[in-house]
Design a protein around this ligand. Structure first.
Ligand code: HEC
Length: 110
């Protein structure tokens, strides 16, 4: 009675040891798959709607970042300033503008 149970347990452990690497091995090829969406993502998402990136890309044509970084404004104030910059020639879509204003209000608050 004791012996078959021992064999059964040993067999179970053995099977588990065989299965465990089999379970973890799909994890190895899977990082290769996420690289595909990740490779696509940078071209679509962060470039358009990242406040910091927008600031660094769209707000340095006429003056350096120092000008923005030394200013402290409320969200309303930043909204007016960014609109004024757009009137001067800064290019931002409506979505980009609100993302940037939100970022500026947090990064350089009054
Ligand atoms: C087309 C040129 C141009 C671009 C692009 C531009 N600016 Fe300006 N900016 C100016 C000029 C000219 C002044 C100085 C005159 C003034 O304040 O209106 C100025 C002044 C400023 C000031 C100081 C005055 C204040 O109101 O505090 C801040 C802050 C500023 N800009 C932020 C930005 C931000 C943020 C962006 C990106 C959305 C940006 N600028 C893009 C031309 C530009």
């Amino acid at each position: 009675m004791k012996r078959p149970r021992f064999i059964l347990i040993t067999l179970c452990v053995f099977v588990l040891m065989l299965l465990l690497p089999a379970c973890t091995s799909p994890a190895t090829p899977s990082p290769a798959q996420p690289t595909e969406p990740a490779a696509l993502a940078p071209t679509v998402v962060p470039v358009t709607l990242d406040g910091k990136q927008l600031l660094e890309q769209r707000c340095i044509e006429c003056h350096d970042l120092q000008r923005t970084e030394s200013a402290k404004k409320s969200a309303e104030g930043w909204g007016k300033t960014v609109q004024r910059m757009m009137d001067k020639g800064a290019i931002l879509t409506a979505d980009e503008k609100s993302t940037l204003v939100e970022y500026l209000a947090k990064a350089y608050p009054q």
